[in-house]
Design a protein around this ligand. Structure first.
Ligand code: NAD
Ligand code: G6P
Ligand code: MN
Length: 435
């Protein structure tokens, strides 16, 4: 029987997770689900936790759902530990987005200046969780959803030494569904190969007859006569430059917009900033509405409104990965995992986000090889930036932090990098014990 602990259990995404477990009830012999939060999230935990209990009951299951602020009690003898916490909650994200934008710089919460600060706040916490896991559940799998998921997963594997870590994201799932829909071919009849790093990956697609369909999909999704389509609620749907994507020969991920058409994305973000409607501010209102719904003692299923969050299909990643490990299902999934030579352009010991079956012993990535020169340079810069962010987060090293800001493609270098870093350090000082 399985014990699953979820850190950040007060998240409004918890019903999504519970729904995913219920869908897989025949393959997951769950006995206990422990939702853990901290004092600041106590009310959210109680509200969404009660809702989780109702969902389990309505499904006729006898799973125990425990709500606790005691992380150690939750981790004790756990088989799977999933993480979905946000250090500083949405108010910290508002600062991550708004402070850079106040200087005319993108404040994206996972990729830009904001993402680097989310990493600074989060990495010490994940390493603390791993210290507890070493003592309380040494055989458990760590399923990390906490953003920036690539950097947090790399910190867990490489610096925490927790090899049984899988980093997950819903973005590849959306791209798979989009390709199937555009080609009019069922998803299971297509073969996908994704490679890159979290929120910065590309993919290629083949059909059952062995034909590559990537260029056709580029035409269908990003062609001149089509509206560019973002399937992500949190990313402004600005069109890519078709000729450039065509030249790339791979499908970009939604987040590539911040790089390939940075000026368009910045313009849009500044407009949101001026209206007081950055994504974090909008999400805060969505979250409040969701928790009002969750308070309804008759609501015992995931409400449609949760689809307004960027993380839809979250449970198709998290719960399927757990089912695939537990049953050695070998489901083909995209996971942030140790590179080990899968992408030859990147270090062996770094974490990459790639396709492959999920076995009882974890993810077995398909070999990808080298990127074309147009993608190689930027992914190496991005990985170097991530490694520098992780080092800064662990050592609290100001010089490393400044270096990361300087090389991040979304942050102008020189004095602007320093201005932003200094302002964000002050704004977030309560959550930065290492600095
Ligand atoms: P949220 O603001 O609701 O935070 C979730 C919970 O974490 C809160 O209840 C909060 O109190 C709790 N928390 C904060 N610090 C904690 C700590 N030290 N220990 C335990 N709990 C703590 O966040 P959200 O919007 O629901 O998102 C949750 C996380 O999941 C974020 O990090 C977000 O970026 C991530 N996410 C990732 C993906 C993905 O694709 N990987 C998709 C969706 C969300
Ligand atoms: C998804 C990303 C997540 C991110 C979320 C943001 O597309 O994969 O990593 O956390 O969007 O959604 P939100 O509703 O919080 O803006
Ligand atoms: Mn993601």
């Amino acid at each position: 029987a399985l014990k699953i602990a979820t850190i950040g259990g007060g998240s409004s995404y918890t019903p999504e997770l519970i729904e995913g477990y219920i869908k897989r009830k025949d393959e997951l012999p769950i006995k206990e689900i422990w939702l853990v939060d901290i004092e600041a999230g106590k009310e959210k935990l109680e509200t969404v936790g009660a809702m989780a209990k109702r969902m389990v009951k309505a499904a006729g299951l006898d799973w125990e759902v425990h709500l606790t602020l005691d992380r150690r009690a939750a981790l004790k003898d756990a088989d799977f530990v999933s993480t979905q916490f946000r250090v500083g909650l949405l108010d910290a994200r508002i600062k991550d987005e708004r402070i850079p934008l106040s200087h005319g710089v993108l404040g994206q919460e996972t990729n830009g200046a904001g993402g680097m600060f989310k990493a600074f706040r989060t990495i010490p916490v994940i390493l603390g969780i791993i210290e507890d896991m070493k003592e309380l559940c040494p055989d458990a799998w760590l399923v990390n959803f906490t953003n920036p998921a690539g950097m947090v997963t790399e910190a867990a594997i490489k610096h925490g030494g927790w090899k049984k870590t899988a980093g997950l994201c819903n973005v590849p799932i959306g791209h798979r569904k989009q390709a199937a829909e555009k080609l009019g071919i069922p998803e299971e009849d297509l073969f996908f190969k994704f490679a890159g790093i979290n929120h910065f990956h590309w993919h290629r697609v083949w059909d059952k007859q062995g034909n590559e369909r990537t260029q056709e999909l580029i035409d269908l999704i990003y062609g001149p006569q089509e509206d560019s389509e973002s399937h992500l609620k949190n990313i402004h749907n600005a069109p890519f430059h078709y000729e450039q994507i065509k030249d790339l020969g791979m499908l970009p991920c939604g987040y590539h917009r911040y790089y390939y058409i940075e000026d368009e994305m910045l313009k849009h973000s500044i407009e949101e900033f001026e209206k007081g409607e950055t994504r974090a501010q909008v999400v805060k209102e969505t979250e409040a509405r969701l928790f009002e719904l969750y308070k309804d003692p008759n609501l015992d299923y995931k409400p449609k409104e949760l689809e307004q969050r960027g993380g839809t299909h979250y449970s198709d990643a998290a719960c399927e990965l757990i089912a695939s490990i537990h049953n050695d299902k070998r489901t083909d999934m995209v996971v942030s995992t140790e590179n080990n030579g899968t992408i030859t352009d990147l270090p062996y010991d770094c974490v990459v986000e790639v396709s492959g079956p999920v076995t009882a012993h974890g993810h077995e990535p398909y070999n990808w090889g080298a990127f074309p020169p147009a993608a190689r340079g930027i992914i190496q810069v991005m990985k170097g930036m991530e490694e520098t962010v992780i080092r800064a987060a662990i050592d609290g090293d100001y010089g490393a932090a400044l270096h990361a800001f300087t090389i991040n493609p979304l942050v102008p270098g020189g004095s602007m990098a320093k201005t932003l870093l200094d302002e964000l350090l002050i704004a977030h000082k309560d959550h930065l014990p290492n600095f």
